[in-house]
Write a protein that binds this ligand. Structure first.
Ligand SMILES: [Cu+2]
Length: 592
């Protein structure tokens, strides 16, 4: 039985009735490393009781096929853009943030009085594909402005000279990534290698299961029935979409039958904006011991770690490689995965013991359900978890960091008058004339000024291949931002609380004035800790409110023009994205 969820309206769809779909597999070796993937319109049923939805998908499917590749075996993909209109998603801004009963409109299906955005309706299918987490030469990385039009061929080479990891490929068009990914343009990509095979980790069905988690909303007909038409809805106060229905591998609240055995789940949050904090409940009680995390964004951790006390937090684009041991459970046992994170996520804790009561429409979380496991069938061998996992990376050496180039980026929230606030970034450089940003640790004060504010501003980051850099991400907003760097992975060095003051008018179109102190606000309830599962090779890192995160990154693989950005797609589409150019050292003397 479903546990009673207080404060929630009855869900308009029954949870845990559809089987979890497994995306089709496209194994590169079986095709000699040469794949053709068409990008086209299709239809998809998100729930047993929903009419079919029109989607745009890789191979017309949601999610697209899971591409499986081997380390050291290059893969060439011919991306065939066969998209054509009409664009399958209704994009709208509701007229009010809440309905007459005070329920936030983002928790409700339908357009909530909003007009369909005619510009979205007019999209004809320009796309570009980015392989998130791929060590990809710049020409094939999916630069957000290098689009392929319908009918225009694009052949991308992926060297796959990288460790085993769960990656994902998705549309990355400047300004419309939020719509194109929402329409269905995303799929998983798994890199495999010898180390994982030495460890005898599960590979392929039935014991390795990818879980692509997204949130979606649908339109209503004149009788108030769900139509299946996808709706991307924001409201006058919240510029990100936080749809009410959680979709795993393309189904709303599915159920997976598992045998009494150990399973490997490859988890990806592919939502536009929502961060999940996943708790697993068995007969109403939180389960933690049976779950072990072995990997993160760029693959295996050095040692397995337990889940964080209050659940696994995954922001947009973050991945987790989990082993879950069902072997002691009798047939018929049910484990339910619930989300306890309010939206927009700001890092606030929520006790896992109260997960059954996590429904919180005010927090844009009307239905915490995510997924259910139901135990059935014959036991299979239980897998012992290796104590030592990755052996191929170390923490960055102190001497390399001591002389490393340091870069600072402020995350800011700019008031826009009639529109919702705009979340964006400011790259900081040495202070000169004009407004100042100061960062003080009590002994020393560093003075900065803004050197770049918009995506199209001149590039200011030119990292040299092979050299460590320290990037400081300074969050002066009230939300958590998952910041993603293309190309090589990085490691987190520190996460520290800050106090800051922004004078009246301190955030202009490009200016920023702020006084930042490395000290905790008295009313700050976040712990600003680094979770054990963040001490691996990451490509996306959460930067919580009132926090500075420092990362160490060393670009090793390719020189060229890449991007870094917030992975909340509504933020990245509106300037929370900037270029950087990785440089071969021998070319530096020739730079003007
Ligand atoms: Cu953001």
């Amino acid at each position: 039985m479903n546990a009673p969820l207080t404060h929630a309206k009855p869900a308009p769809l029954a949870p845990f009735v559809d089987a979890l779909p497994l995306p089709s597999r496209l194994i590169a070796l079986e095709h000699d490393g040469r794949l053709t993937v068409s990008i086209r319109a299709g239809t998809h049923r998100f729930h047993r009781d929903l009419p079919v939805s029109s989607v745009w998908g890789f191979e017309g499917m949601v999610p697209g096929p899971t591409i499986e590749a081997e380390r050291g075996r290059p893969v060439t993909v011919e991306w065939l853009n066969e998209l054509k209109g009409p664009f399958p998603v209704l994009d709208t801004v509701a007229t009010e943030p809440a309905d007459a009963d005070g329920v936030p409109v983002q928790c409700l299906p339908g357009l909530s009085g909003g007009e369909p955005n005619r510009h979205a309706a007019g999209l004809t299918g320009h796309t570009v594909v980015h392989l998130h987490g791929g060590l990809t030469p710049a020409s094939y990385d999916g630069w957000a402005e290098n689009l392929f039009a319908p009918g225009q061929p694009a052949v991308f080479d992926y060297p796959m000279d990288q460790r085993a990891a769960l990656l994902w490929y998705h549309d990355h068009v400047m300004g419309t990534t939020k719509l194109d990914v929402y329409a269905g343009l995303a799929g998983l990509w798994i890199v495999r290698d010898e180390r994982e095979r030495e460890l005898e980790l599960q590979e392929g069905p039935p014991f390795e299961v990818p879980l692509l988690i997204q949130d979606r909303n649908f339109d209503l007909d004149e009788h108030g029935r769900l139509t299946g038409q996808l709706v991307h809805k924001t409201d006058p106060e919240v510029m990100e979409a936080f749809p009410p229905f959680t979709v795993v591998n393309g189904k709303v609240w599915p159920v997976l039958e598992v045998r009494p055995a150990t399973y490997r789940f490859r988890v990806l949050n592919g939502s536009n904006a929502r961060t999940y904090r996943l708790a697993v409940l068995h007969e109403g009680a939180p389960e933690r011991e049976r779950i072990t995390q072995i990997g993160t964004d760029h693959g295996l951790l050095r040692a397995p770690v337990p889940l964080p006390q209050d659940g696994l937090v995954v922001a947009s684009a973050e991945r987790a490689d989990l082993l879950v041991d069902f072997s002691d459970l009798p047939p018929g046992s049910e484990l339910t995965v619930l989300n306890t994170a309010r939206a927009p996520f700001d890092g606030s804790p929520f006790p896992v013991s109260d997960a059954e009561n996590a429904a919180d429409p005010e927090g844009l979380l009307p239905y915490p359900q995510v997924l259910r496991f139901r135990v059935a069938g014959e036991p299979a061998n239980s897998v012992s978890i290796p104590r030592k996992l990755a052996t191929d990376y170390e923490a960055p050496p102190a001497e390399a960091l001591a002389g490393a180039r340091r870069r600072a980026i402020a995350l800011v929230e700019r008031e826009m008058g009639d529109e919702p606030n705009m979340l964006t970034m400011r790259e900081l450089g040495p202070a000169g004339d004009g407004p100042l940003v100061t960062v003080s640790d009590g002994d020393e004060t560093t003075r900065y000024r803004v050197v770049a504010a918009h995506f199209e501003d001149a590039t200011t980051f030119f990292p040299m291949l092979g050299e460590y850099e320290v990037w400081q991400l300074i969050n002066l907003t009230g939300d958590t931002h998952p910041i993603h760097l293309h190309l090589d992975p990085f490691q987190i060095l520190s996460r520290q609380p800050i106090r800051y003051e922004i004078p009246e008018g301190g955030i202009g179109g490009r200016e920023l004035a702020a006084t930042v102190t490395l000290a905790r606000e008295p009313d700050d309830e976040l712990d600003h800790a680094i979770d054990d599962n963040e001490r691996g090779l990451k490509d996306t890192i959460r930067v919580n409110p009132s926090e500075i995160v420092e990362i160490a990154v060393r670009f090793n693989s390719y020189s060229g023009r890449y991007m870094y950005h917030c992975h909340i797609l509504e933020h990245e589409d509106r300037d929370m994205m900037r270029p950087f150019v990785t440089m071969a050292p021998e070319l530096m003397p020739f730079m003007a």
